[in-house]
Design a protein around this ligand. Structure first.
Ligand SMILES: [Zn+2]
Ligand SMILES: [Zn+2]
Length: 149
């Protein structure tokens, strides 16, 4: 039996190499799990040139109902959260990935009342590890690019 997964002996035409798995590059599971980077074939033999990509494992385990339900529920929850109106009696925002090292924070802030926030207060709430900048700020709305890395 030729090997297909991490740690297996390759065993193709007597090859005694071992199957390894490449690290995931550009994972975007935080946006839509499981992402294509994580589900793409990444196994290879360290001795001959076998690539899982060229010869996928013959038996693909079907996704169990449990897994399907899990992801369906996860997506539903994400949808619900995305569509929830932001509460403008507080500084609140949604995060969106902007690049590997920045995050867009788009949200609302109260302009009047006890919780009224000004630019400095909003900035304090959304500032990234390495600062950031406002793309706009006004009329109770803001968009901030936070530098996180
Ligand atoms: Zn991923
Ligand atoms: Zn091999």
């Amino acid at each position: 039996m030729p090997g297909y997964s991490e740690g297996d002996v390759c065993d193709r035409d007597g090859c005694s190499g071992q199957i390894h798995i490449r690290p995931v590059e550009g994972c975007s599971c935080h946006i839509s799990p499981p992402c294509s980077a994580c589900t793409a074939p990444r196994n290879y033999c360290d001795t001959c040139d076998w690539e899982e990509e060229d010869e996928p494992a013959p038996v693909v385990k079907p996704q169990s109902q449990e897994e399907k339900d899990y992801w369906a529920g996860w997506w539903k929850e994400q949808d619900r959260l995305r569509n929830l109106p932001l509460d403008n009696t507080n500084v609140s925002w949604r995060d969106r990935l902007h690049s590997n090292c920045s995050m867009i924070k788009e949200g609302v802030y109260p302009q009047s009342g006890d919780a009224a926030a000004d630019r400095a207060m909003v900035r304090k709430a959304v500032d990234g590890t390495f600062g950031g900048r406002f793309e706009y700020f006004g009329d109770g709305k803001f968009k901030f690019i936070a530098y996180t890395d």
